[in-house]
Design a protein around this ligand. Sequence first.
Ligand code: RTP
Ligand code: MG
Length: 150
Amino acid sequence: MSDISQNTLVLLKPDAVQRKLCGDIIQRFERKGLLLSALKLLQLTPEMAAGHYAEHKGKPFYPALIEYITSGPVVAMVLTGSNAVKIVRTMMGATNPVDALPGTIRGDYATVMSCNIIHGSDSADSAAREIAIYFTEQEIVQYHLEDCYE
Ligand code: RTP
Ligand code: MG
């Protein structure tokens, strides 16, 4: 697997904000070694939610998914690092929290698929598409760690 740095889009879903889990989840990613390149709290419009979840339009769970993701503010961030897409997906755990292992974010904090705490891009192509929904190019700050903090 390539060591080339990637960006990935993470959303802390409305239940993460309501349950005050944002700091804890961000800390997990920082401790892992991923860099925060962009961060904001926002309320998704139905249009933004439909763009984000376009691949699921028409599926039985789609209306509930849009209602859930627009039910309150979310925290959106761009995380950067080697293999960031795969690393974030591994740290998130399985989509259905019933199958998510302890130690993963969904495994530790969620019980049902309809409120599963976190979204992470599932590929580099998805990441590029999703990042553009939430952030302008100017809002993404690419930087290097000073030698003493590497
Ligand atoms: P996400 O996009 O939110 O990061 O989740 P994911 O990749 O792990 O799962 P995905 O298949 O993309 O599904 C998006 C969200 O839709 C809900 N879902 N419900 N059968 C169902 O009832 C069902 N399948 C998916 C989940 O909330 C999932 O996170
Ligand atoms: Mg997905």
